[in-house]
Every structure is written in structure tokens, then in C-alpha cells.
Ligand binder design. Structure first.
Ligand code: PAF
Length: 290
């Protein structure tokens, strides 16, 4: 494998991409905040699949201050560029764009904002005001710098993915957005850069999240209430999990009516604190399929 080219300025990135575009290659993009793991590697593999061997896969690594609230983990968020480059190389990534904050926010904080709207006010948006506005502005900026044909995001951040799809549609950005399945450890824990904050005991506690979602999936045949009850029962077994929300929604994150027809697809989403670490997870559900 050839090592990816590391670009740390907009000018370097633009030059590399101009070359690719001159040759008519498709560009696949995976925006990340680094601290890469197998979940990110799977997104890079999807991007490669989408653009083909001739295409260019670009990964950005940027810990975006605008999407962290006061008291969140901006300062301690893991920065592991050397290890990240090894993963990018293994996945055959062509360009890694790792800019500084000043390079992204030339001229300081943008004065134009992107308002996430009602979809951004529920679930994560309730607990993390400003998070989605900060996330959308950096994704829009990165889209402007990379101008990809296709961009790949993890379903692990399900609400983020929904909001990015919405932004791309609403603002006619003309980028294909692909959602890739959540990658899990052998015992079900969803891969996340924040898992590295967990000690062994906390990791054991964190397992209650995915177990709750698996329990809900099993119980969903008996209806949404049964699914929610099964998930709650599993979370009650945890000793040190402080649940923020556990909700079943329609697949578009809208409200699920009380009487849904058997076979309706839905989503269950959970967020919780384990120690000082905030974790999220979600899974698909088929309601009342029995
Ligand atoms: O999911 C993430 O890592 C970030 O929210 C993203 C999409 C890279 C924007 O900073």
C-alpha cells in the first residue's frame, strides 16, 4: 500500500484534488475527528467501493471546536495522527486532510450559521445545544473544500447522519450521502473513539447499552412498548450507567404512532454517561413482526 498524502492546508488539498478532477476521477470523502478505529476503516472501505480503484478517497481529521459544548471533552479528545495515518494507509486512502483550527476557520468563527431545525432539537440536540449547528457548519465547510461526489458517515451517529442528509437536500449540495453500518466489538459494544476513555469496569458497564438495544430488537415482535420495556430492564441491571434518553422513533426520527402496522421499521436510540464518558448507540427494530 502507498501511504496517503497528508495535506494540512486548503491550498495543498486544492492542488491534490485539482489533479484528480482533471483526470475525471470520482472523489469519495470520509470526514472524521481522528482517533480512528475499525469503524472508520469500514467507512473508508465503503468510500473506496463507491469511487472505484481509479477514484480518490479523502479522509479529513479535524477535531471541530464548534461542535463541543462547555464542559465537554474538546481538550481531552484523543489526537492520534500517526496511528490514524497507519489505518488510512491500510485502507488505501489517497489523501488525508488534517488542518489546524485556523486553517478551517480562517477569519475566526463563521458569521453565517446552519440552523439544524426541528430534527436537531430532539435526542442529542436536547442535551447538547449547539452541537449540531457546529457539526453542520464544519461538514458544509469540508464539503466546500473537498467537493466530493460521495461522502460516507457512520450510522452510529444516526441523528447526525439524518441531519447531514437533510442539509444536503435542503441546500441542494448535490453530494451522495452514504450511511454505513455501526461496527461492534465481539461483545456488542459499538466502536467509538470515546471508548478509549473507559477503564475495564466502565467498559463492562457500557455493554449494557448494546445489550439493551439487542433486547429491544428481540422483544420488538411483541410491539414497541415491549421493546422499550426490555431495553429498560437491561439498563436497570447496570450499576453505573446514567441514561440520558432511550427512545424508539420512526426510521426518520419522527414520532412513532401508538398503533403501527406489524412489520413497521423503527429505530431505538440510547445515550448514557458511564463515569464522565457520554456514549450513544442505536439499532433498527421491526415492530410486531410476529
Ligand atoms: O462524526 C464525526 O466524527 C464528526 O461529527 C464529523 C462528522 C467529522 C464532523 O466534525
Amino acid at each position: 500500500m502507498t501511504a496517503p498524502i497528508l495535506a494540512s492546508t486548503r491550498a495543498e488539498l486544492a492542488e491534490l484534488l485539482a489533479e484528480a478532477r482533471r483526470d475525471g476521477r470520482r472523489v469519495g470523502f470520509v470526514p472524521t475527528m481522528g482517533a480512528l478505529h475499525e469503524g472508520h476503516a469500514s467507512l473508508m472501505a465503503v468510500a473506496r467501493e463507491r469511487v472505484g480503484a481509479e477514484g480518490k478517497v479523502v479522509v479529513s481529521i479535524f477535531v471541530n471546536p464548534l461542535q463541543f459544548g462547555a464542559g465537554e471533552d474538546l481538550d481531552r479528545y484523543p489526537r492520534t495522527l500517526d496511528a490514524d495515518l497507519v489505518i488510512a494507509e491500510k485502507e488505501g486512502v489517497d489523501i488525508v486532510f488534517a488542518p489546524s483550527v485556523d486553517e478551517v476557520y480562517v477569519g475566526g468563527q463563521p458569521q453565517i450559521s446552519i440552523e439544524p431545525g426541528p430534527l436537531g432539537a430532539i435526542l442529542e440536540g436536547r442535551t447538547r445545544p449547539g452541537h449540531f449547528a457546529g457539526m453542520l457548519i464544519v461538514v458544509a465547510k469540508l464539503f466546500g473544500l473537498v467537493r466530493p461526489d460521495v461522502a460516507v458517515f457512520g450510522q452510529k451517529d444516526y441523528q447526525q447522519l439524518a441531519l447531514i442528509r437533510r442539509m444536503v437536500d435542503d441546500l441542494s449540495m448535490g453530494i451522495e450521502i452514504v450511511g454505513a453500518p455501526t461496527q461492534r466489538e465481539h461483545d456488542g459494544l459499538a466502536l467509538s473513539s470515546r471508548n478509549r476513555y473507559l477503564d475495564a469496569e466502565q467498559r463492562e458497564e457500557a455493554l449494557h447499552l448494546s445489550r439493551a438495544l439487542f433486547a429491544a430488537q428481540e422483544a420488538a415482535a411483541s410491539g414497541a412498548h415491549a421493546a422499550l420495556d426490555a431495553a429498560r430492564a437491561e439498563l436497570r441491571r447496570a450499576k453505573a450507567v446514567d441514561v440520558d434518553y432511550l427512545e424508539i422513533t420512526a426510521t426518520d426520527l419522527g414520532e412513532l404512532p401508538d398503533d403501527v402496522p406489524s412489520g413497521t421499521e423503527a429505530r431505538i436510540l440510547v445515550a448514557a454517561r458511564v463515569g464522565t464518558t457520554r456514549l450513544i448507540d442505536n439499532m433498527s427494530l421491526t415492530i410486531g413482526s410476529n
